[in-house]
Design a protein around this ligand. Structure first.
Ligand code: SAH
Ligand code: SF4
Ligand code: F3S
Length: 453
């Protein structure tokens, strides 16, 4: 009988891609995926360290598993990904944990589970050492072999173009858990996407922590976009995340030249205060940031822009926060992700700066900034009413089930536009993975609603 495994993920798109690779490698090796905790032999947990909350969720799951293992001691629990790399052997001493595996060791995870040794750890001892050539080749081969459509996103796949990060923003744990920045060879990326296209993938999202600074032997990110655009079968190309420094304008030109490149830019600012940006080690001012997005709109007038902000960073005064509000108002984002500063052990901000903004103030600023953005999003979304947009259908909308969709002829479906706007509409479930035109009839600050025409 096949051994069953269950997998849980906490984290970003990079993390979801890793989960997908791990799932496929396990299935290929003869394991069977289950979502029934009571029936599983193996529990795999893909972890994130970016904020304390992400780690707390994993610890609470491990607490739960500790109890389950009292009655089912044979279950193997493997913790992998960023938090595994950060906490290393400490995690191994948790009663529930059998295997700790870093993000650069995931190709070994199947073997670790097969080993039948009670406690095992595979992590990079010094993750800031440039990965050896053999390591990158091994990771590339793993990536190519197991990349497929994302779970719940038919016809869509994530494709990593860069690993790691060298930016060392003072608050951020990523360079310490994902290692140094390394761009993958373009020919490997192209071969991988061709394979995905042959398997029916229509949209690829190119992933990197600073995807716009992709560079391999003189080939830039813009060059890569031109190459990926040539691949038959791929209809939409998205990419995240862009870093607002040394922005190559050729990327905007590629968006205008190449119809497959989605006119969507996720470009986190983090703060509108130059003092805070400096303390964050971001390497740009708010004016320089605005110049980049002005340039983007000049070259690509209908571009949709999204941002990230951290509120309550060390030393952030009311005046600094006002500057963030001003930046959000000027930037006219389609949407923003807003986070309360969470000090991460081992980062420069945690070592050198006090976490001196009280939680209550962080919460208040978070609510206020969200409200400012909500108004902007609501206005932008309203401008879609009466228009027709093309969406790639993802599947059933969660609300569709709650709204008693069964009483209707069709369930509610959810899809996204090239600009990453979320669209909810009624339609047959077999539209998942297809492109459809939707007439927009209604809009809220988060969602566009419409009908197929
Ligand atoms: N590489 C991307 C971001 C990756 S982390 C970039 O630089 O844009 C995703 C987001 O998490 C960041 O944009 C930031 O807004 C947030 N974040 C990172 N570290 C954080 C921390 N310590 N506390 C709160 N939010 C954080
Ligand atoms: Fe973290 Fe900065 Fe790198 Fe983004 S660019 S992953 S915020 S260090
Ligand atoms: Fe992603 Fe979290 Fe790691 S945001 S890169 S999974 S720390």
């Amino acid at each position: 009988m096949k051994k069953k495994f269950l997998i849980r993920s906490f984290g970003c798109q990079m993390n979801k891609l890793d989960t997908n690779l791990v799932v496929n490698s396990f299935i290929q090796s003869g394991f069977e995926l289950t979502d029934q905790p009571a029936a599983t032999d193996i529990v795999l947990i893909n972890t994130c360290s970016v904020r304390r909350h992400a780690e707390e969720r994993v610890l609470s799951l491990l607490g739960h598993l500790k109890h389950i293992k009292k009655t089912q001691p044979g279950i193997i629990v493997a913790v992998f990904g960023c938090m595994a790399q950060r906490l290393k052997e400490d995690l191994l001493s948790h009663e529930a944990v059998n295997i700790v595996c870093g993000p650069l060791q995931i190709p070994e995870l199947v073997n670790l589970v097969n080993n039948d040794i009670p406690k095992q750890v595979a992590i990079s001892d010094n993750i800031r050492h440039k990965p050896l050539l053999q390591d990158s080749e091994r990771l590339d081969a793993f990536e190519c072999a197991y990349d497929t459509a994302e779970d719940n996103l038919p016809a869509q796949a994530y494709v990593r173009v860069m690993r790691g990060c060298d930016n060392f923003c003072s608050y951020c744990v990523v360079p310490y858990v994902r290692g140094p920045e390394a761009s993958r060879p373009p020919e490997k990326i192209i071969a991988q996407i061709k394979k995905l296209a042959d398997a029916g993938i229509k949209q690829v999202t190119l992933l990197g922590q600073t995807v716009n600074s992709y560079c391999y032997n003189g080939s830039s990110f813009a060059d890569l976009l031109y190459e990926v655009s040539k691949i038959n079968g791929i209809e939409w190309i998205k990419f995240v995340t862009c870093y607002p420094r040394n922005f190559d304008e050729k990327i905007f030109k590629a968006m205008v030249d190449l119809p497959k490149i989605c006119r969507y830019l996720h470009i986190p600012a983090q703060s509108g205060s130059d003092k805070i940006l400096k303390a964050m080690n971001r390497g740009y001012t708010s004016a320089q940031y605005l110049e980049i997005i002005d340039k983007a709109r000049e070259i690509v007038p209908d571009i949709a822009i999204a941002g990230d902000f951290i509120v309550g960073f060390s030393g952030e005064t009311d005046e600094d926060f006002r500057k963030t509000v001003e930046l959000v108002e000027k930037a006219q984002y389609k949407n923003c992700f807003i986070f309360k500063y969470s000090p991460r052990p081992g980062t420069r901000a945690d070592d050198k700066l006090a976490d001196d903004v009280p939680m209550e103030v962080k919460k208040q600023r978070n609510i206020e900034l969200l409200a400012v953005q909500e108004k902007i999003s609501a206005e932008l979304n309203k401008s879609f009413i009466g228009k027709t947009v093309k969406v790639l259908v993802e599947g059933m909308s969660k609300k569709g089930h709650l709204d008693g969709a069964t009483e209707k002829e069709y369930p509610q479906l959810i899809g996204r536009t090239a600009g990453d706007y979320i669209v909810v509409f009624d339609g047959p479930a077999n539209l998942a993975g297809q492109f459809v035109d939707i007439n927009i009839t209604r809009a809220s600050s988060l969602t566009l609603f419409g009908q197929t025409n």
